[in-house]
Design a protein. Structure first.
Length: 1004
């Protein structure tokens, strides 16, 4: 169908070309736009067939998305192709639609640079938003002198805003948010006298807010948030026409003008959160009679909250969280009385300030329209007034992190719309009221770290929407109510209470969404319910420090997402399963359960009695069978040699299969897949051969083929070594091998190759050192830590979980591969060694007991290798430490800067800890700079994460091997570092997403 359409379009094009030859003046006037549309259609991709109507059977003015003028027949005045799934670069031919007034290509997949649209001088609306355009904004856009609306948001445009854009005197609306713009805001924007709305949020703009913007006579909405703007807020912004000022998440400092509210009679929204503003909140803001939302959170404002806000009858939201505001006495709390007059107030958010004393009864007089009351993180004391139950419209009540005391009365049941209840980290006492079951809309219940007693009320099962429950560290006793099985949406259950008794409810499996169960430090008895195995999404199960008995069911090991299982300090008995998670000793905790036995060797549990007898029988059988198998193997080997010699004149295939489902491959298959091992297919070279990218026809998958150069000494030994090791190991972070081929090529020469899964993101070395400026090639700190965890897990498996310890011997970034999701895989076992003797000394450190000579790569080899020439797990740990340092500072250990006595280890040691942020990879420095400027908590956690990883790296590179940690200990530490940093990022993102959502709603 598509070919027919293109043929018709070509015939039509030919027709008009002929007309152009015979006509007196070239193309007819009405053909210009049609030809431009035809060229547009041919240049783009239309995978959904949205433009199938663009064919010769209908006039172009009837094509989808095309509107023409009646005054000038055939001339296009509007091209609206928004959301049609189109892709490709926007063709230059669109710039020939000289009569177009509206050009809307938004919400597609267009990429490349913006085309030259300087000829579209009649255009009034240009919408290219929600695409993937990059490059600069063309300064020729200023020729579109009639332009009124410019929509370029949600692209990847770079560089600065061209000064020429200020020539668009008729522009009313300009939105270039969510791009990668940099530099300062051009003051020529002040020439756009018609401009009413300006959105430049979420870019990398810096410098001060130009005075000229505030002088725009018609400016109504100014949104410059989430940039790196600095300096004070210019006085020129006190513009009587402005309705919304949004400057959040910048680096603005100084104080707000005292007369701010007097000069902004039309102001409705003021968003200045996440800056460094200080001083008092201007009393005059109460004179801005149209004001609806005031968001000043995460600044350094001091003093009292002005009572003048009570004059704002339309006020809906006050958010002053994370400042230094005070309420020491009744005068400081007077603002609550004033806010009674705000009849539509929905949110009062004052968490993280210095409010003191008891919560005044005046809070109960706030309007029933109130949805959010947030007073956490202050210095509040005393009891909560029971009249607070009058605020029956609340969706969120946050009183956590204070010193509140007393009981929670039945008034809690009045909040029939309540979704989030935060009372944690106070000194509340008494029972959890039964009326809590009235909160049928509740999704989050946080009551931890108080002194509640009594029982868990069964009425808690009346809140079917509950997602998270945390009642830990209270004095609650009794059993876990069976009604908890009614909470089908529950994902997080934390009941570390120290006094719970009875059995674990068998109905827990009805909470199918559970991810975390923490029932530790109680007096729970009975067996672990087998029904828990039905919770397929379970990630953390902590039942430690109870009195549980019976055996551990093997079905727990079948939970696909379980990453932590803590059953320590119980009365469990019997053999420990070996399936699933039980095979990973770093994720299972069983200490203190003396009745358990068996399991994988790394759990260090006692052998089960019956297992001991079996082992003895196996040993006796082995003594008998080994000589027999040895003789048979020798016989088979002699026979194979005979066959090889007999068939040396014809191609012969010997396939070593590593997976039963993978098809057998021949030399011919591999040659075809690599185009006869073409140089263009090579994606890497090593000491013993080359690696080719290929697609096997039968398997229909991308693979990497490692072909050994058998002319190189020891290459065949490397092939055998790698086969020997890879056939016996399986781990999610080891490079998956699919098969191996040992045969002869078409010339009769020996041929050996290994076929691996193809890793589309290449190796770690490429990401750390190649000159990649594209944003997608940047490794964030979180990604680097995650890669380190993956590699540590792989090494921990090799060192501690295999039947015989395996030393990699050549750990370096080129041997760490990355898949589509940036998961890391350890590869290249060509010079790895099996440690055949005891793996541990009496101190628990790996023994250096496998001779290897000097193998590995200069810069990554442990110093002890050069002294004794023996492989050891300690040597791998040292190499891992070097890789960690390389990931942090972005320099190889062989970098020219490391000469004489200076090496990568002592360079980092000299700068640890204070100078670490100054020596890290430049791209990490940029990430750190951005976080410190915009997000205080995440910036701090970034620094802590850096130091923690550097500390682990330095502990890996001690000169004395026995002073290095084992890789298992390292993996645990890195996992904890990653978890801590990820939780900090998640907390900040959740907060910012909520704030961003509310800001957008208010601006609109």
């Amino acid at each position: 169908m598509l070919e027919v359409v293109e043929l018709l379009l070509l015939l039509l094009l030919l027709y008009y070309a002929v007309c152009g030859i015979h006509g007196a003046s070239g193309f007819p006037d009405d053909s210009t736009d049609m030809l431009s549309l035809i060229a547009f259609r041919k240049a783009i991709n239309d995978p959904t067939g949205a433009l199938n109507s663009w064919n010769a059977r209908a006039p172009h003015c009837q094509w989808k998305g095309v509107t023409c003028t009646t005054k000038h027949p055939g001339r296009v005045t509007e091209l609206d192709l928004a959301g049609q799934g189109l892709s490709g670069a926007i063709p230059a031919s669109v710039g020939n639609l000289t009569f177009v007034r509206t050009l809307d290509l938004s919400s597609n997949n267009f990429y490349g640079q913006m085309p030259d649209l300087s000829n579209l001088q009649k255009m009034q609306v240009l919408n290219l938003s929600y695409n993937s355009l990059h490059g600069v904004i063309p300064d020729t856009l200023s020729n579109c002198s009639n332009l009124k609306e410019l929509h370029l948001y949600h692209n990847s445009l770079t560089s600065n805003i061209p000064p020429q854009i200020g020539l668009l005197a008729n522009l009313v609306y300009m939105a270039i948010s969510n791009n990668n713009l940099s530099g300062t805001i051009t003051p020529t924007l002040g020439n756009m006298t018609s401009l009413a709305t300006l959105f430049l949020t979420t870019n990398h703009l810096e410098g001060s807010v130009p005075d000229e913007i505030g002088q725009l006579p018609n400016i109504s909405i100014l949104s410059l948030g989430e940039n790196m703007l600095s300096g004070s807020i210019p006085a020129s912004l006190l513009n009587s026409s402005i309705a919304a000022i949004e400057l959040r998440a910048n680096l603005l400092n100084g104080t707000l003008p005292t007369n701010m509210g007097d000069n902004l009679p039309n102001l409705q929204s003021l968003f200045l959160g996440h800056n460094m503003l200080e001083g008092h909140i201007p009393v005059s803001l109460g004179n801005a009679s149209m004001l609806k939302s005031v968001i000043l959170q995460h600044n350094n404002f001091t003093g009292q909250i002005p009572t003048t806000f009570g004059k704002l009858s339309g006020l809906s939201r006050l958010d002053f969280q994370a400042n230094k505001l005070e309420a020491i006495d009744s005068e400081g709390w007077e603002f609550l009385n004033a806010l009674r007059n705000c009849s539509v107030l929905e949110a009062l958010e004052l968490a993280g300030n210095q409010l003191q004393g008891t919560i005044p009864n005046s809070v109960c007089s706030l309007q029933k329209t109130l949805r959010y009351l947030v007073l956490g993180g202050n210095q509040l004391s005393g009891t909560v007034p029971s009249c607070i139950g009058n605020l029956s419209g609340l969706i969120q009540l946050t009183l956590d992190d204070n010193n509140l005391t007393g009981n929670i009365g039945q008034w809690i049941g009045n909040f029939k719309y309540l979704q989030s209840l935060y009372l944690r980290n106070n000194k509340f006492t008494g029972h959890i009221p039964f009326s809590i079951g009235n909160l049928t809309q509740l999704t989050e219940l946080y009551l931890e770290n108080n002194a509640f007693d009594g029982h868990i009320p069964p009425s808690i099962g009346n809140s079917p929407l509950l997602l998270k429950i945390d009642l830990s560290f209270n004095r609650i006793q009794g059993t876990i109510p069976l009604e908890i099985g009614n909470l089908g949406q529950l994902i997080y259950l934390q009941l570390t209470l120290k006094k719970l008794t009875g059995k674990i409810p068998y109905v827990l499996d009805q909470c199918q969404n559970l991810v975390t169960i923490q029932l530790d430090q109680n007096f729970l008895t009975g067996v672990i319910p087998v029904s828990i195995a039905n919770l397929k999404g379970l990630s953390v199960l902590n039942l430690s420090h109870n009195i549980l008995s019976g055996a551990i069911s093997v079905v727990l090991g079948d939970l696909p997402l379980l990453s932590k299982l803590d059953l320590s300090y119980n009365n469990l008995q019997g053999e420990i399963p070996r399936n699933g998670l039980f095979g990973n000793a770093t994720s299972v905790y069983l200490e203190g359960s003396w009745g358990l036995c068996g399991g994988v060797i790394d759990l260090h549990m006692q052998l089960c009695p019956q297992v001991s007898h079996k082992m003895e029988r196996k040993k006796n059988l082995a003594r008998l069978l080994i000589p027999i198998f040895g003789f048979l193997s020798l016989t088979v080997l002699i026979y194979l040699i005979y066959l090889v010699k007999k068939t040396s004149r014809r191609p012969y295939l010997s396939l070593l299969s590593f997976g039963k489902q993978f098809p057998r491959v021949s030399y011919k298959d591999l040659a075809q897949a690599t185009r006869n091992f073409s140089q263009s297919n090579i994606i890497g070279k090593g000491s013993y051969g080359s690696v080719y990218r290929a697609k096997l026809t039968l398997a229909k998958i991308q693979v990497a083929i490692k072909v050994f150069d058998l002319q190189v000494k020891s290459a065949d030994r490397s092939f055998i070594s790698e086969c020997e090791i890879l056939r016996s190991i399986r781990h999610r972070n080891l490079l998956p091998i699919l098969t191996a081929c040992s045969t002869i090529d078409h010339n009769g020469n020996d041929f050996k190759a290994l076929i691996y899964e193809y890793m589309p993101n290449g190796c770690l070395d490429m990401w750390l050192h190649k000159n990649v400026s594209v944003a997608s090639k940047y490794l964030s700190l979180a990604q680097r830590v995650s890669i380190a965890v993956d590699v540590a897990n792989a090494l921990s498996y090799l060192h501690h979980e295999c039947e015989r310890s395996i030393v990699h011997c050549d750990l370096k970034p080129t041997n760490i591969l990355l898949d589509d999701d940036m998961n890391a895989y350890l590869g290249d076992f060509g010079i790895s060694s099996l440690i055949l003797e005891s793996r541990f000394t009496s101190h628990g450190h790996p023994c250096p007991n496998s001779s290897i000579g000097l193998k590995g790569t200069i810069g990554y080899i442990a110093p002890d290798y050069t002294q004794c020439g023996r492989a050891s797990t300690c040597g791998d740990v040292y190499s891992f430490g070097i890789v960690l340092l390389e990931m942090l500072i972005g320099k190889r250990p062989t970098d020219p800067m490391f000469e004489n006595e200076l090496n990568i280890v002592n360079f980092v040691e000299k700068n640890f800890p204070k100078q670490i942020p100054q020596i890290i990879d430049a791209r990490l420095q940029e990430e750190c700079k951005g976080l410190n400027q915009a997000i205080t908590e995440q910036g701090d956690c970034f620094y802590v994460c850096l130091l923690s990883v550097a500390e682990v790296a330095l502990s890996c590179t001690h000169l004395i091997p026995k002073e290095r940690m084992t890789i298992r200990e390292i993996a645990i530490k890195l996992h904890a570092i990653r978890t801590s940093y990820a939780e900090a990022i998640k907390r900040e993102h959740l907060l910012r997403r909520r704030e961003s959502h509310l800001c957008v709603m208010e601006v609109v």
